[in-house]
Write a protein that binds this ligand. Structure first.
Ligand SMILES: C[S@@+](CC[C@H](N)C(=O)[O-])C[C@H]1O[C@@H](n2cnc3c(N)ncnc32)[C@H](O)[C@@H]1O
Length: 223
């Protein structure tokens, strides 16, 4: 597993400046679909953990929180996050599959567009629920595994051909083919989270009024 994680880390180190520029210049999925949903979550006086935080940009839209901690595998991204947002939170290089925090030390965990990048999905989910306090929220945004998997072919905005949906494993990333993309079925994802939490919200996000959803937005509550 360590080897795959090293590949993920090295690739995100390489891609860090490009990703940072893209997000800071107002990447449209974030601006139009993700920020408005995250901004509705009440974070007042809460302790927040953002796993796979990238450059830490979501801290910009969180208001009145008590503590924000961002972790990422990529040293370069954590360096950028500290420079950009070090006055608003703490940032650490850490593996989301081996969190170095005490049990029940956060009220909210964010996991935004990370699952498809993470080789150690089961450890990640288990660890995030471990560090959440009882009734804490685990907030997830991810590519829709059914309609936006790595192995799909888009014919037009409302027509997508899905290939080998059931075949879980490592694929090439469409945006950057050197970053491994871990495909898991919706069934695998939901079953893993259900071991530890209760699904409070499940939304399929439809971009530009398309009839096919590209992203899922989930809020799980720790039981
Ligand atoms: C697509 S980026 C998303 C970054 C940020 N959450 C956002 O939405 O802008 C995926 C991030 O997950 C990080 N990542 C992948 N696997 C990880 C792991 N096991 N532990 C910590 N970070 C991880 C990558 O380094 C990368 O920064």
């Amino acid at each position: 597993m360590r080897d795959v994680e090293d590949v993920v880390k090295d690739n995100w180190d390489k891609y860090s400046s490009e990703y940072d520029k893209c997000i800071i210049s107002g990447e449209k999925h974030w601006k139009n679909y993700f920020y408005p949903r995250i901004a509705k979550i009440n974070v007042k006086d809460k302790e927040i953990l953002d796993i796979g935080c990238g450059n830490g940009h979501i801290v910009r839209i969180l208001k009145d929180y008590k503590r924000y901690v961002g972790i990422d595998l990529s040293e370069k991204l954590i360096e950028i996050a500290r420079k950009r947002f070090g006055d608003r939170g703490e940032f650490y290089v850490m593996d989301a599959g081996a969190l170095e925090f005490d049990d029940e030390s956060f009220d909210i965990v964010f996991c935004l567009m990370v699952i498809h990048n993470a080789p150690n999905f089961e450890d990640l989910v288990k660890g995030c629920f471990r560090v959440l306090r009882r009734n804490g929220l685990f907030v997830v945004i991810e590519n829709h595994p059914c309609f936006n998997p790595p192995n799909r072919e888009r014919l037009d905005k409302d027509t997508t051909v899905i290939k080998e949906y059931r075949k879980e494993g490592v694929y090439k990333h469409r945006m950057n083919s050197t970053i491994p993309y871990f495909h898991r079925t919706l069934q695998t994802i939901l079953n893993e989270f259900s071991k530890y939490g209760k699904l409070e919200k499940f939304e399929e996000i439809y971009e530009d009024n398309r009839t096919i959803s590209n992203f899922i937005f989930m809020i799980w509550r720790k039981c």
